[in-house]
Design a protein around this ligand. Structure first.
Ligand SMILES: Nc1nc2c(c(=O)[nH]1)N[C@@H](CN(C=O)c1ccc(C(=O)N[C@@H](CCC(=O)O)C(=O)O)cc1)CN2
Ligand SMILES: NCC(=O)N[C@@H]1O[C@H](COP(=O)([O-])[O-])[C@@H](O)[C@H]1O
Length: 247
């Protein structure tokens, strides 16, 4: 469901988009259908596990219906083994296991998925899936895009590049996914300091801590239909207090 934005409040009111612990009351949530989520992982899956916990404890008004990975032995795949969440392998690998792009679209549609969340997934999402799920695929990246993003920028490579650049701040970016790596519309960011003696591992841990908090807050807003699109195409998150300002 896409809302167009007509701003009626002051700039301060409108731009006080807050993605804090700001979920809608149950009475309001009752009017919003619970959403089905697909999560794509390649590695340890700490963001996936954090999102899963938030769907179980009610912070996110949705359920994880399917996990997609290119690494069948990754942490995320092991985590779901006893949780009744099916695992799909994508893309196809050498022994011909895994799905084609067309079969991936059909499989995700079969689970009635509303939104697709990339969480440490390291392969290019195909155009077929992007066209099948417009404005419905999010990714979390561990730098302040557009800096330190694109092909070759993933995991520790990102943090090593940030430190080498002398940047004083870093932090996670959540953005919509388009056909290129890390070029889609930015939805949310958080900043953390880069300290003079930081190792890449220390910076990675500081950013990851913010990722876990930010991703579940953004997905909570997504599932409560609190994302709106400004006239110039920039997506914004409505906080509960501002709901009346956006029509
Ligand atoms: N169509 C899109 N697909 C993906 C996006 C996207 O924005 N659009 N985001 C990435 C996630 N990502 C950064 O956030 C990212 C992941 C991987 C790479 C990369 O360079 N990958 C290597 C292969 C790495 C491997 O197989 O181990 C490569 O393509 O050569 C860059 C950015 C997920 N997909
Ligand atoms: N460019 C993509 C990328 O680098 N993603 C990053 O991979 C890590 C996955 O951790 P997790 O598997 O523990 O969630 C996270 O830091 C995420 O931002």
């Amino acid at each position: 469901m896409e809302k167009r934005l007509r701003i009626r409040g002051s700039v301060e009111e409108v731009h006080s988009e807050i993605v804090g612990p700001n979920v809608l009351e149950d009475s309001v949530r009752a009017k919003v259908r619970r959403k089905n989520l697909a999560v794509f992982v390649s590695g340890g899956g700490s963001n996936f596990k954090s999102l899963h916990e938030a769907t179980v404890n009610g912070f996110i008004h949705g359920d994880i219906s399917v996990l997609v990975t290119n690494k069948p032995d990754c942490g995320g795949a092991h985590f779901v083994r006893d949780k009744g969440i099916p695992v799909i392998l994508f893309p196809k690998v050498k022994d011909d296991s895994g799905l084609s792009s067309k079969d991936l679209v059909n499989a995700i549609r079969s689970y009635k998925v509303d939104f697709i969340l990339l969480a440490g997934y390291l392969k290019l999402i195909p155009t077929e899936l992007i066209r099948a799920f417009p404005r419905s695929i999010l990714n979390i990246h561990p730098s302040l895009l557009p800096a330190f993003g694109g092909k070759g920028y993933y995991s520790m490579k990102v943090h090593k590049a940030v430190i080498a650049s002398g940047a004083r701040y870093s932090g996670p970016t959540i953005h919509y996914v388009d056909e290129e790596y890390d070029r889609g519309r930015i939805l949310a960011q958080r900043i953390v300091p880069v300290l003079p003696n930081d190792t890449a591992e220390e910076l990675a841990a500081r950013v990851l801590h913010e990722e876990h908090k930010l991703y579940k807050e953004v997905v909570a807003a997504l599932c409560e239909e609190r994302i709106i699109w400004r006239e110039d195409g920039v997506p914004l998150i409505q906080c509960k207090e501002n709901l009346s300002l956006y029509k």
